[in-house]
Design a protein around this ligand. Structure first.
Ligand code: NIG
Length: 405
């Protein structure tokens, strides 16, 4: 087999690697070989390569890993947003409007929306993302949502337990029967994780447990939407069942914070995913990211892009908010938005041996063997992401070794 072409990236003023050995480097260089990173080191030691790109002193960091989005939808909820900004409270029932529009949309229309948002993400530096079903809520609509999502997403999650659909004839229990029965059968081939909206007005603790246990039996990773709109059982359940992540986490008591931290003692734990744009757009308190980190929890930052609570693809906005309003350092915020997302998706591991499927290469770090996902900033350092909030700083993007921007 012919060797993959190599590219030497030079002139890196600051390289954020998320690699404990290398940290944040000055005057660095790296070599891309096919889909992977082959070498990282001081510019002075850089080897030869087939091609060379000089980034002229700019900062380079891993591409964003957006581990929580809902891109399979149709319709618009501007009026609901305006009402919220005028003082109305967010209620889970808004989901129903998107369900109706999504069911009525053609496959082509749904695919076009996913493409539009995935392209927008890439232009903003996001090189890997997860997305969920959850606006179909029939067997057919959930299965097609999952299949369409898989065309672009790095990871697809099944969220049939988003809401009991308003046209469901029967109680929540019989809907959960469907979610863990025929719907799961239809969706399982397209997804790697299962999720449940465990919240007052959506699914209660026993119903959420049923959903998660059914997913676990199928070998799916577990995710929970928990503690978003008020205190609730989501975090406890997620940790008890060994979920990969619990997302939102705006309302946490000290015991729940400690539980999330302790979940990492002696192995893989549950990532606490904070969604700052959603907290702002729903006028909820910002998730206690500082407290979580201080306690020793592992956090991810994600956009939660969806038409109801967080219609943004901008990880840079979320990172700036995490620094300006949630008390994180820029390094902590960038780590949470790259490596944190990779951990939540179970994609932070060691590089597989040569010949392994490129789609499974590790994400979130710049080190040999990782997927060659990088972004170049129009700035000398990552600090500018918070120092110049709202400015589109992503100047260059490589995804799996391919130059996208
Ligand atoms: O993550 N919390 C539940 N699901 C979405 C909201 C979806 C909607 O309102 O359309 C979220 O915020």
């Amino acid at each position: 087999m012919a060797a993959a072409p190599t590219t030497l990236v030079t002139g890196i003023g600051e390289l954020t690697t998320n690699d404990d050995e290398r940290g944040r480097m000055r005057d660095a260089a790296l070599v891309l070989e096919g889909e992977r990173i082959a070498w990282v080191g001081a510019a002075a030691d850089a080897p030869d390569a087939d091609a060379r790109v000089d980034v002229e002193g700019r900062a380079v960091l891993p591409g964003w890993v957006d581990s929580h989005t809902h891109l399979v939808f149709a319709g618009d909820r501007t009026a609901e947003f305006e009402a919220r900004m005028a003082g109305a409270a967010y209620a889970a029932g808004g989901i129903a409007a998107t369900v109706e529009a999504t069911r009525a949309a053609s496959d082509e229309a749904l695919a076009a929306t996913i493409d539009r948002l995935a392209d927008e993400m890439l232009r903003g530096g996001t090189t890997a993302f997860e997305t969920k079903t959850g606006y179909g809520l029939t067997v057919e609509d959930e299965a097609r949502s999952a299949a369409l999502a898989g065309r672009r997403a790095d990871a697809v999650t099944y969220l049939g337990a988003h809401l009991v659909p308003p046209d469901w004839r029967g109680g929540a229990e019989t809907y959960v029967d469907l979610v863990v029965g025929d719907m799961l059968d239809a969706v399982a081939p397209h997804v790697e994780a299962i999720d449940v909206f465990c919240e007052r007005g959506a699914f209660d603790e026993p119903q959420s447990r049923r959903v998660l246990e059914a997913g676990r039996e199928r070998g799916l990773a577990l995710r929970v939407h928990g503690n978003q709109l008020g205190p609730g059982p989501g975090v406890r359940l997620a940790v008890e069942l060994g979920a990969a992540s619990v997302d939102h986490v705006a309302f946490l008591d000290d015991e729940e914070v400690a539980m999330l931290a302790d979940s990492w003692q002696g192995g893989t734990g549950t990532v606490a995913t904070v969604l700052p744009a959603c907290d702002l757009s729903t006028r909820m308190p910002l998730a206690p990211a500082r407290r979580l980190l201080d306690a020793g929890a592992v956090i991810a930052i994600a956009t939660n892009c969806n038409p109801g609570t967080s219609y943004t693809t901008s990880m840079a906005f979320c990172v700036a908010t995490a620094v300006l309003q949630m008390g994180l350092t820029i390094e902590e915020a960038v780590r949470a938005a790259t490596l944190g997302g990779a951990i939540a998706l179970g994609r932070d591991g060691e590089a597989p041996a040569d010949g392994a499927e490129p789609a499974r290469l590790p994400l979130g770090r710049i080190r040999p063997g990782a997927r060659a996902d990088l972004q170049v900033l129009e700035a000398p350092s990552i600090t500018h992401l918070a120092y110049r909030p709202g400015v589109p700083l992503t100047r260059g993007v490589w995804r799996a070794g391919e130059r996208m921007l």
